[in-house]
Design a protein around this ligand. Structure first.
Ligand SMILES: CC(C)(COP(=O)(O)OP(=O)(O)OC[C@H]1O[C@@H](n2cnc3c(N)ncnc32)[C@H](O)[C@@H]1OP(=O)(O)O)[C@@H](O)C(=O)NCCC(=O)NCCS
Length: 176
């Protein structure tokens, strides 16, 4: 399976395929409280079949060159996901999205992984710009683009409704 080392033998990213759906769903289900504060799709994810359907749809986008949805494997266990949620080949712009299970936070895993997917974006998609959109109050998520040298591009009022709460977002941008 397509896979790329991020940190020695302990951390790698691999293309998500439906065969990972059971393990990925179990991880999401165990982390509902942690993820549900910031991610809008938890309520739509109620079974492994839902996760497999999502992965299949992402693979169709991958085939068209419009997205890349990967799993982060920590010691060969899924620890979270990292994606180019969209890729615009006309402008060379990709939007990055991510989450980690709570037990894998605080270790620098996502910052390293985002660095690696940006590198991959340069190598395979000829990207010129990467963006990350974070809720203003999501300090842990905002720390990632800030740590990696992104600049603030704009603030979007009421960008997303999560758990019945409308969240403003800051869009960060990195020119490659
Ligand atoms: C957003 C999220 C991925 C951030 O996770 P994270 O563990 O804070 O991010 P990283 O993996 O980059 O780790 C950074 C942390 O590891 C520490 N760290 C340890 N070694 C490190 C290293 N080599 N490099 C960078 N950070 C390191 C940092 O100090 C930081 O810890 P701190 O927050 O206590 O200061 C996680 O909180 C999450 O999944 N949240 C829920 C979903 C979500 O919000 N998704 C984003 C929507 S926009």
């Amino acid at each position: 399976m397509f896979s790329r080392k991020i940190n020695g033998d302990t951390l790698r990213m691999c293309l998500a395929i439906p065969q990972y759906g059971d393990e990925l769903y179990r991880l999401i289900d165990r982390n509902r409280d942690h993820l549900g504060q910031w991610l809008p799709w938890l309520d739509e994810t109620q079974s492994p079949a839902d996760t497999k359907t999502f992965i299949s749809a992402e693979l169709m986008k991958f085939a068209r060159g419009e997205a890349l949805y990967t799993l982060l494997l920590v010691h060969e266990r899924i620890g979270g996901t990292l994606a180019f949620k969209s890729i615009d080949s006309q402008t060379g712009t990709a939007v990055i999205g991510y989450w980690l299970a709570e037990e894998f936070t605080g270790l620098g895993i996502m910052s390293k992984s985002v660095t690696e997917i940006i590198q991959l974006g340069k190598e395979y998609y000829d990207l010129k710009t990467c963006r990350i959109s974070c809720a203003v109050e999501n300090i842990k998520s905002r720390a990632i683009p800030e740590r990696l040298g992104f600049h603030e591009k704009e603030t979007l009022a009421n960008a997303e409704c999560v758990n019945g709460r409308w969240l403003d977002h800051i869009v960060y941008e990195l020119n490659l």
